[in-house]
Write a protein that binds this ligand. Sequence first.
Ligand code: SF4
Length: 86
Amino acid sequence: MTIPYRDTLEFIPVDVDKGIDRLTGKMVKADASAPDGYGMVAKCKFCKNYTEEKDYIGICEASEQTPKFIAYGDMLAVTCNQFQKI
Ligand code: SF4
């Protein structure tokens, strides 16, 4: 799976458009494809419990409330104990 730099652990954001690849030290575009093997940041869009309904907005299927709560695909999930990597 190819992922953009902004979704990798090796990306240090500088602004919304660019950042630094911490392995090469080079400035890169946030939306450019990262090299194979770069680590994926835990985000809702990479979780088995996430069902996308619109662009970047979906439902967390792990939610026990009715209706299930809204999740944003780019929401960081590092503190979610129900995150399940796809
Ligand atoms: S379980 Fe956590 S990481 Fe997964 S979609 Fe729900 S809130 Fe996001």
